[in-house]
Write a protein of this length. Structure first.
Length: 63
């Protein structure tokens, strides 16, 4: 864990030394990919949860 935190500190220092435009160009793809991944996971979880509630109630689908 210490090695990872040390690496992360190095990346943070390197990134903070860059200009704003370069920081944005590097950070935005990472943030957008993470947001997309989280949205997909939440969509699947909620979809399965709703499907499970319909199954428990005995409904075949929305009316």
């Amino acid at each position: 864990m210490t090695a990872f935190l040390s690496w992360w500190d190095g990346v943070e220092l390197w990134l903070s030394g860059l200009g704003f435009v370069l920081q944005t160009l590097i950070v935005m793809p990472v943030v957008l990919a993470l947001a997309y991944g989280i949205a997909v996971v939440v969509d699947v979880v909620l979809g399965n949860g709703i499907r499970g509630l319909h199954w428990i109630r005995g409904n075949d689908g929305p009316r």
